[in-house]
Structures are given as C-alpha cells and as structure tokens.
Design a protein around this ligand. Sequence first.
Ligand code: NDP
Length: 251
Amino acid sequence: AQGLLHGKTVMITGASSGIGAAAARLFAQEEARVVLTARREDRLREVVDEIGAAGGQATAVVADVTRAEDMRAAVRTAFETFGSLDAAFNNAGWTSTGTPMHLMQDEEYDRIMDVNARGVWNAMRAQITVMLEHGGGSIVNTSSVAGVRATGASAPYIAAKHAVIGLSRAAADEYVKQRIRVNAIAVGSTRTELMDQVLSDTPSLLGPFTERAMQQRLADPVEIAQTAAWLCSDRSSFTTGAVIAADGGWT
Ligand code: NDP
C-alpha cells in the first residue's frame, strides 16, 4: 500500500527536535518529501541524514519563524527541490516559565508571542501565497492544551497558543473556497527538549502535567506527529477550522 502522504511535499517548522523532528521522520516514512526548517543547522542536518539513510526524501532550510523572509525562502526551496508544496506543519514554538505575569519583562512577552503566534502568521502567509496558485493544500498549526484553557504555563504562552487557534480558524474560513484546509492541534504534555526545560525551570509542573491527562502520562513526540500526518493527508478531507486534541484526555 502507498504511504499516507505519498507524492506530497510537506514543510515543517521546528523540525530540529521534539515533535517536529518526529514528524519529519514519520512523514518521510509515509512517503512525503519533507522540507525541514529551524535555526540549528547541525540538528536539522542529523534528521535529514537519518531520513536519507532510511530511503526517504528530505531537505533542510535554516530559518527563523519570526522572520517572514525566512519562511518565504523555505517555501521557495520546497518548489526548487521538490516542485510543489502540498501541506505544512507549523510547529515551531518556545516558552519560558516561572515568572508571574506582573513581574515579567515586556521583552519576554514579545519573544513568546513572536515565536508562537507571529511565527505561524509568517509561515501561513508564505504557504498560502503559493497554495493559492497551485490548487490548495493542508496547513496544520501546533497549538496546545494551553490554547484552549489555562494550564499553569506562562500567560504570554497561553495567549499565543490561543492566537494560533484564532489564526487557524480565520485562515480556514478565508481560504475554504480555494481548497486550503487549516487545522490546529491542541497538544498535551509531551516528552521533548521544551518539556525538559520547562520542568527544570519549574519542577512542580510535572505532577499536574501528568495527572491532568486521563492517561496519566506524557506523550511520546511521535504520537503528536501521527495526528499531524493525518491532518496533512487527504484522509482528513472534511476537517477544516478544527482544533484536534492530542492530549491523553486533558481534564
Ligand atoms: P522542542 O524544543 O523539542 O522543539 C521546538 C522546535 O521549535 C525546535 O525545532 C526549535 O528549533 C524550533 N524553534 C524554536 N524557536 C524557533 C524560531 N524562532 N524559529 C524557528 N524555529 C524555532 O519542543 P517541542 O517539540 O515540545 O515543541 C514543538 C511545539 O509543540 C511547540 O509549538 C510547542 O509550543 C508545542 N507544544 C509542546 C508541548 C510539550 O509538552 N512538549 C505541549 C503543547 C504544545 P531551533 O531551536 O533549532 O530553531
């Protein structure tokens, strides 16, 4: 049988570690051609080499999601290398924790909003511009359980992940006639470098992050990647403007 993403070119942001790197490996196994983007070139190269060694097709673009031009360059690379852009997984994200909002520096708010919300804005606008010329596509944005409720994460992160859902719904509505689907994933607690950093800054979060999931555990990154693969694929053809939970039953 053909892979779930056979014949599709998929761009992934934040593909150098965690959920994004797991998605790059899984999408390639499912026969997508993957365009990996992030800032750390060495880490991107490792994932690209691993995919190549396993017989997959992948390329890397060093890109910062807070720079619109970097996102446009990644989209151009997709066309130059693979001749199309059929789907995108806009997954790059970052947060700090531990500072109460009334004590937080404005720069911390700006940084968190920039990476998580403006990053999705920059990526989507570059992707939509080409998808409009090529008959549509599927865009998947990484939100969080913090995008639908307060979770103990920092206030700017909660605001930014709510914004990701707003931007996803707006784009789904605005471009539905041009056959662009846009969905968000409300990701629950997942074992990644970001989670390691959050738990080392604020160890008291491990208890609630585990216990609030009905499944009483953290996710493996590939479990989130599987949801993203389905949303990128044609199997989710009647799903748009949706927020799909991959959170172990967060209560
Ligand atoms: P990781 O830290 O492992 O991965 C984050 C990725 O984002 C890295 O590839 C990093 O690459 C990239 N990134 C960060 N800042 C930028 C930037 N300015 N430009 C480009 N890329 C950037 O963490 P996760 O895999 O956990 O995070 C993936 C997504 O999942 C994030 O959006 C996060 O908010 C979300 N999420 C995670 C949860 C969890 O429990 N882990 C829970 C809910 C949501 P590089 O540093 O090389 O640029």
